[in-house]
Unconditional design. Structure first.
Length: 272
């Protein structure tokens, strides 16, 4: 009898999540039986019961999102090299011995989609400015550094940007730019890794209004709801090629799904 995959997502809050639709689509596309459930675990609540279910193979795979991507690390037995370098996980599973593993598929998911959106341009390493220094910025910075890019980080709390730069300095030391000076960058790629622009705060933007983008720049906004954020509108009006984070979401989900099931799903285009 074929396995019925029991998959899910741990985070809080999860009302907005598109992951169940994505993974149900993957299950159907791969001809597999299963379900993908949302497990809301508030910041102070205990993650261990769900991890025990994973260890005992009552669950076959879990994704992890805000606020648990770093909090769950001490509860795991093994990390993939990417998860170790990023120091945050979004994909969990247990091996045959019941050891709990953590991986980070945000990093390769971002890098994959950068190339999917910008083609040959993205394959030549350049200088990138990352706006924000939280969990997603860690993954993006790691992916770009590994790809040979020069990286600058700008966050409203300078100490957070400096801590991220220090953490990643074994790869190649990222620079730090004061948040107030972000509009003066000469970077070829500008990545938004803050929630600015995300619904319901759709009028906010991480890029200072009425500020030109650097010549020949590209913009990648990790936010995908709404599909055209205010940042993407600014880029479109300036004639700057730009992409939202939907493709990254799909790519990181597909990589997690392959890890759990061994099946590589065809990439759907579910965005409304
Ligand atoms: P996070 O860990 O909370 O980090 C958010 C970063 O943005 C922090 O540096 C934070 O600074 C900064 N920030 C928050 N509000 C700000 C504001 N009003 N002005 C300036 N900076 C602000 O969140 P995350 O996990 O990195 O996620 C960041 C964004 O990426 C979210 O919108 C998330 O949905 C999106 N994301 C997309 C994907 C995808 O697959 N497309 C994957 C992961 C994340 P403080 O610490 O000072 O608040």
């Amino acid at each position: 009898m074929s396995r019925c995959y029991r998959l899910g997502l741990i985070g809080y809050p999860l009302g907005h999540s598109r992951s169940p639709a994505l993974h149900q689509g993957f299950l159907a596309a791969c001809g597999l039986q299963g379900e993908y459930r949302l497990y809301e675990v508030a910041p102070g609540d205990d993650l261990r019961p769900l991890l025990t279910d994973l260890r005992l193979h009552r669950l076959h795979g879990l994704n992890v999102t805000i606020p648990h991507k770093q909090r769950v690390l001490p509860l795991l037995d093994r990390l993939t090299p990417t998860a170790q370098a990023v120091a945050a996980v979004n994909t969990l599973w247990a091996d045959e011995e019941g050891l709990l593993w953590g991986d980070n598929t945000d990093a390769p998911g971002f890098y994959h989609d950068l190339a999917a959106c910008f083609g040959a341009w993205a394959r030549r390493p350049r200088h990138a400015l990352i706006l924000g220094a939280g969990g997603a910025a860690r993954a993006v910075a790691f992916a770009l550094l590994r790809g040979g890019w020069q990286v600058t980080i700008s966050a409203r709390r300078a100490e957070q940007a400096q801590a991220l730069a220090r953490h990643l300095s074994s790869a190649a030391a990222p620079a730090v730019l004061p948040w107030e000076a972000r509009g003066q960058t000469t970077a070829a790629l500008i990545v938004n890794a803050t929630p600015l622009g995300m619904a319901p705060h759709t009028e906010t933007t991480p890029w200072p209004p009425d500020t030109p983008f650097p010549p020949l720049a590209r913009v990648y906004d990790l936010v995908y709801n709404p599909p055209e954020t205010r940042l993407l509108r600014q880029a479109r009006e300036a004639g700057v090629p730009a992409a939202n984070g939907w493709g990254m979401l799909v790519a990181q989900a597909a990589l997690a799904f392959r890890r759990w099931t061994g099946c590589t799903p065809p990439e759907p285009s579910l965005q409304d």
